[in-house]
Design a protein around this ligand. Structure first.
Ligand code: HPA
Ligand code: ZN
Length: 346
């Protein structure tokens, strides 16, 4: 692609920050910063097991996915009212706009909230109103993807779907998250088939900590359009060929993988291997309040670890638009802007 001129290593961070991009893997509950957790706890009279923001932040030392999920679900306990969900998403959209994220598809975990007695309407209406305002006030387009918690039963997922269906115009897709190992995609085959009949976009976390076999079953049994994480796919050459051939996007989250000890350091991350094998990899923040950075931090830290150049930056941003669930005209507009940014970059 002669559109992409070589860029000196010291100029790459500026290009990474400036380029327009889409974020396709962000759990909105994972954008809840400790300061907002304390503010909402005070507003709602919720007691927290931490004395201060610093003490809470000090607890963010994770050894694997489960050690993170325990603290992440505890943090979400301060969310009670529609305005709380709005304020959480609003804070994320302000960060996204700063990072030149022009489109985003947000995951939310309704079961985390309905299990505490918060209604489905409270959750979805608060998040959806924030999405509408993000477009109008910040120029960031946003849509919602409802995730089932895979450590719970398929029956629980079916009940969650039933509760959400009266609000089905307010979300565009269905995802699968929470503890992966021991909760394979096939556990949710029937509920995903139902969601497919209903016309939702489908995605699933697979191959974050779990084996390549889970990526295969997410594709073949759940029939997902994108794989969230998917970094373990590089252990299976046939799977890599399949992902490349079908242009199945992987929503990779480098700082998440680092903080959850999926890779020992960013220099060992396989993002470059995935891109060079022709996969439609993207960069995303996952749970930025917990993993030390929003989109631009994910890009700049991963590129600072070396082995990625301006051509990779272009492909990652372009992949993010191509893999998004916006219409073709909107994709073309964003890719035009991306091309202009690269052409004009000195
Ligand atoms: N994996 C699975 N579930 C999650 C994650 C993740 O990275 N973040 C929030 N819920
Ligand atoms: Zn995730």
């Amino acid at each position: 692609m002669n559109l992409v001129k070589p860029v000196a290593a010291d100029r790459l961070p500026a290009l990474l920050r400036q380029m327009p991009k889409a974020e396709l893997h962000i759990h909105i509950e994972g954008s809840l910063e400790p300061e907002l957790i304390f503010a909402l706890a005070r507003r709602n009279g919720v007691a927290l097991p931490y004395a201060s923001v610093d003490e809470l932040r000090g607890a963010y030392a994770f050894t694997n996915l489960q050690s993170f999920l325990d603290i992440y679900y505890a943090g979400a306990s301060v969310l009670l009212k529609e305005q709380d969900f709005y304020d959480m998403a609003r804070a994320y959209f302000l960060k996204a706009a700063e990072d030149n994220v022009v489109h985003t598809e947000l995951f939310f975990d309704p079961q985390t909230h309905t299990a505490r007695g918060v209604s489905m309407q409270t959750v979805i209406n608060g998040l959806h109103r924030a999405c509408v305002d993000a477009q109008a006030e910040l120029g960031v387009s946003a849509s919602l993807i409802l995730c089932f918690l895979r450590h719970l039963s398929e029956q629980d997922a079916f009940e969650t779907l039933e509760q959400a269906l009266p609000l089905q115009d307010k979300f565009i897709g269905i995802g699968l998250d929470s503890g992966e190992v021991g909760n394979p995609p096939e556990k949710f085959a029937r509920v995903f088939a139902r969601c497919r009949e209903l016309g939702f976009h489908l995605v699933a976390h697979a191959g974050e900590e779990g084996p390549p076999a889970y990526v295969w079953t997410a594709l073949d049994l759940l029939k997902v359009e994108r794989i969230d994480h998917g970094v373990q796919s590089s252990r299976d050459a046939l799977l890599m060929q399949r992902l490349a051939k079908d242009r199945i996007a992987l929503t990779v989250c480098p700082l998440s993988n680092l903080k959850l000890c999926v890779f020992p350091d960013l220099a060992s991350h396989n993002l470059r291997q995935l891109l060079d094998a022709g996969l439609a990899a993207t960069v995303n923040s996952d749970d930025p309040a917990y993993f030390g950075g929003y989109m631009n931090e994910n890009f700049t830290q991963t590129f600072a670890a070396g082995r990625l150049n301006a051509e990779h930056a272009y492909r990652l941003a372009r992949n993010s638009f191509e893999a998004s669930f916006i219409d073709d005209a909107a994709k073309a507009r964003h890719i035009d802007r991306l091309n202009q940014t690269f052409a004009a970059f000195q």
